[in-house]
Write a protein that binds this ligand. Sequence first.
Ligand code: C5P
Ligand code: C5P
Length: 486
Amino acid sequence: MSFDEKAAAFINEAKRIAKVVASAERIYVFTHIDADGISSGSIAYETARRLSIPVEIKFLKKLDDEATRLIREKTDGLVWMNDLGSGYISRFTGMNMVIADHHQPEPETPIAVDNGRVVLAESTIHHLNAHLFGIEGSTEICSSTTSYFISRSVSRKNIDLAPIAIVGAVGDLQDSRQGKLTGMNRLVLEDAASEGLLQVVRDGRFYGKETRGMTKLLEYSVDPPIPGISNEPGSAERLLQSLRINYRSNGREMTWYEIGPEERRKVMSYIVERMIAERIPANEINSVVGESYLIVANGGGTNGMPKDAKEFATLLNACGRYEHYDVGMGICLGDREQSLVNALKLLENHRKNVANTIRLVREGGLEPMRHIQFFHVRDRAPDSIIGTIAGILMKSKDVDASRSIVGFAYSDGKVKVSARGNAELVSRGLNLSEAVRLAAEQVGGVGGGHSIAAGATIDVGKETEFLSSLDNAIEGQMSRGSGSVT
Ligand code: C5P
Ligand code: C5P
């Protein structure tokens, strides 16, 4: 089947599910706490509100027994799950439910084929998941874009929610492999751009173009790393001076957007020429110079509200990781007053936490095994940023890229696990979703996710056993070879 055919089948299913949503008498939205979860939850919530359907929203860190019980209590309306649920459908048999998710579905998901359309055999659970249509769930569509397809089918007016959906996709790093959004995400991007709500620009894909001074921007860039500059103190200053770029004004460093277009072009040509000279593969060059998405609607770029989708996503993560979900949702739904003030404070704190935790982990070092390397912060960092830390380290040039990184932190009497790989390992057979799920189950825990990024919760004291199961599972995957990023 061609991509267009798969996309059409997916959109048809979204249209069918939109009718289920529109006819609900009451909607309970459940969603995950990260940027994608907050964006998709906001889209679901706003869709219901615009239909004048009574709606409540609840954010979940994970789908554990307590969360399952809470969801199962909602029998007097439609439950709309976002960014969670596909891995655990059998827990919800008989419930009136929409699941808009992009995680690998439970292996035993009861699917049936109806007129060429893949549907869930369980008739009261309406499952919209790209995997069921042969579409890649970790790079071509996320939860916010999945929910957006339902929302847009409810009413064309909901097209104004497209930029929020894009923030979710960028928050899940779905643009990182090719330096741009592709697949189903691209269709959402086209909606947002055609309405003039968002601009697609070709530019350096560094994080912090609106908020970091020039030297920090370049030296701290890990996703993408800039050869010879990232993690090299003093290198950015030398580069800017050699290019005769004036990057200071009123005693402070200017940001990327403040230095002006000609200066930006000079920096980009230098970086690209250097990457070509160092024979860096084209896909890595694309991850440095690729697309950036600027949200021009709703006050983006004024009063501290980011317009860059990457920064918007980090702002949402800063809210979600510290349990201020309502603040994140407020921003998604356009509050540029109190929510924005609160979110910017949370962001400052988040950045400090991330920087301190990276320092802490670097000091302690990563413990290597055959296919993984791990760290344990115990209670010295919030469990909710462990995945961010593992992801940043995995992309750092000074860390062994041939072993996936596993991070542990204590979390409410349990251990939170986050594992991150890279595209190269996935192409050689790595599937963290499967391996982490398996290793977690071996020690009585739960886990899952994507091939490139997965997580789990296990009991305290089970870390060593978990690690050796995980290492063995990955050994098996790598010896079997070739995988795909899902
Ligand atoms: O919960 P969810 O699916 O939304 O999260 C996806 C996770 O995968 C994010 O934490 C994101 O940072 C991570 N990821 C990654 N590398 C990629 C793509 C996604 O670490 N190339
Ligand atoms: O929590 P963390 O960011 O490490 O999660 C990485 C990916 O694994 C996310 O997509 C998350 O939703 C997923 N995950 C999962 N089941 C778990 C824990 C995480 O599917 N128990």
